[in-house]
Write a protein that binds this ligand. Sequence first.
Ligand code: AMP
Length: 389
Amino acid sequence: MQLPFIRSVRDVDLRKQRVLIRADLNVPIKEGVVVSDARITASLATIKAAVDAGASVVVMSHLGRPSEGVYAEEFSLAPVAHRLGQLLSRNVPLLAQPEDCAGIGFGEVGLLENVRFLAGEKANSAELSRRLADQCDVFVMDAFGTAHRAHASTHGVAELARDACAGLLLDAELKAFQQTLRAPKKPMVAIIGGAKVSTKLEVLGSLADIADRIIVGGGIANTFIAAAGYAIGKSLYEPELLEVAKTIASRVEIPIPVDVMVGKVFDEATPAIVKAIGDVAADEMIMDIGPVTARAWADSLLDAQTIMWNGPLGVFEFDQFGEGTRILAQAIADSSAYSIAGGGDTLAAVDKYSVTNGISYISTGGGAFLELVEGKVLPAVEVLGRRSA
Ligand code: AMP
């Protein structure tokens, strides 16, 4: 993977500039209060850099999925403005319309209301892109999590603003991927879990070319286990992808578990039973790898120099089926390899098993993470590359 050269805020003089930052502040909110501010704190470095440089700073983001062009209180960024203000120890006014950016002085910060309240956002409309671009001297793209979408606030504005560059978070994300995908230190092990092969087919295909071994887990593993000829009872799997799984398994080493944890119903209270891989009964569901497999796979990470992890190895939301994910997560954290983890459920697992500190880079991207691994060029990154040339 060869990414274009992209200038970041480090390369651009922001003094007395009107700076518009696209961040990803799409955080969980309950009853008007931000429940997890991880995405806000991840965005602080760029915001602070711009304020410290003496810029007039406006941050913008989407939140949830309102019907586009219509204000709805439940999708308002007001709680985010409040939390951002606390984190920056300053007042952060919420701006209803792009034109309100004009009221933010140099050294001040404002937050534009949910960009999805603006008609034309998702269609990347030229009119909205122009309206946003007119509010700034420099557009700063820092929302890695939405960089795979060509929207007005991620793509159109980057085309039309007087200048455009990457923020520090986006820059760090792209560098972490470069390091992992372009010339990974070998051996490289990829750990790909989650529910369905179909959603990660391209990822598995491109990793088959890069990685020395792919550890598959979750529902994805079930398809590979079935493809290897074992009975999997009523486990979640994709019969139409058996041949595809066989082809992938012929291109790269994909270990099959020797034991698994099964349950009879998909339920939080279902007891977990250990079964040898050849002994899964017709009324059972595989919901995790077994203890012998978990130990062996954890040990097999010892020689890895690069580890990429996306997706849980089992139904980790139910504690009794979370051990495989916990043991592998701990092994990644303990490993001296360069490790990168990302994707929605992966971050939940990283949190649940408190392994944040042991992982070299934790990506904030879900869809963007997968698309980069697939070797795709993210639209918002492509335009920044052109503007940096
Ligand atoms: P994904 O979004 O594709 O990463 O999938 C994550 C989801 O897959 C989690 O909610 C897991 O509970 C679920 N999952 C993992 N392993 C299994 C399994 N063996 N059977 C059913 N669902 C699973």
